[in-house]
Ligand binder design. Structure first.
Ligand SMILES: O=C(O)CCC(=O)C(=O)O
Length: 290
């Protein structure tokens, strides 16, 4: 990792040392070889698939531009292209709270460019390969956008805690919408954590910055790694990369400290015919409570 002796998540520092951080293993070779058995085996073994460059970079960047074009003047740094998504440092007065009706993120996940992007056969095709049959894309698709200075990031969690009203045979695909090196706030995955019994990480939930919500495991990534004796796996994501993960793996995100903003889409698939979790049947809104 480039010399960042300390990273942060939710404003809490985490030292960048070999006992706390390691690299994600790429699997794009298996993807391009079309080796379905090997992809499924890798997903079972690691709990994730890191697939660099399998999406069309230009299309991903166009999506980034389409989103940031929706913001009022003053949000993007003067003279910059919306595709670059460069924060000016100030949020224009009157912008609704993030992701609620009236905010660009709320509008965007209901817009044709967003829905068209998700229709790329690569996404559903991969989910079919991995889930072994027909799949449905769940209608709740989360757009996450962080800018520097907010000290906000995704806490360590497992997706299953947010969709426990249905079969655990679901997969999450996570798409960085833009380049996303560690200081821009990507996802990080706790190595091999999909094999842990929930009781092993339950004690971490007692120290929390969200006392009213038992679902996050921790906002303190260093404490989480040390308690469970595992490393956070990271990479320097580029636009065009794709992650797939199982709903039992612990993951979190780092804080955004660059002028370039972090933007990503989180899309989940279930097997056709399985009963869905009812909370995932409506388009995402940041205040939907799901
Ligand atoms: O994009 C993020 O920061 C979090 C994505 C994720 O893990 C989730 O929505 O469950």
């Amino acid at each position: 990792m480039t010399p960042h002796p300390t990273l942060h998540s939710n404003g809490v520092p985490i030292s960048v040392t070999p006992d706390l951080f390691g690299p994600l293993t790429p699997s794009a070779d298996l993807f391009h070889e079309g080796d379905a058995d090997a992809l499924r085996a890798r997903l079972r073994a690691d709990g994730y698939l890191y697939l660099p460059g399998v999406l069309d970079r230009a299309e991903v960047l166009r999506l980034r531009g389409a989103y940031f074009s929706l913001f009022p003047a003053g949000y993007l740094a003067p003279g910059t292209d919306p595709e670059d998504g460069v924060f000016s440092g100030s949020v224009p007065a009157g912008l609704p709270a993030y992701g609620v009706a009236g905010h660009p993120a709320h509008t965007f996940v209901r817009s044709e460019p967003f829905l068209r992007f998700l229709r790329t056969p690569r996404l559903a095709g991969l989910a079919e390969t991995l889930l072994g049959g027909g799949v449905e894309m769940l209608p709740r698709r989360i757009l996450r956008h962080f800018h520097r200075g907010s000290d906000r990031a995704s806490r360590a969690h497992v997706d299953l805690d947010y969709m426990d009203g249905a079969s655990p045979q679901v997969l999450t695909t996570w798409i960085p919408v833009g380049d996303c090196p560690p200081r821009t706030g990507p996802l990080v995955y706790l190595e091999g954590s999909h094999t842990l019994a929930p009781e092993e990480y339950a004690p971490l939930r007692d120290t929390t910055d969200r006392p009213d919500d038992r679902r996050p495991i921790s906002h303190d990534l260093e404490r989480t790694a040390r308690h469970l004796g595992r490393r956070w796996l990271w990479t320097d994501f580029s636009a065009g990369d794709l992650m797939v993960h199982v709903p039992q793996i612990i993951h979190a995100s780092l804080d955004t400290t660059t002028d370039a903003m972090r933007l990503s889409v989180d899309v989940r698939f279930m097997r056709s015919g399985d009963a869905p979790d009812a909370r995932w049947l409506r388009p995402w809104s940041a205040d939907d409570g799901a």
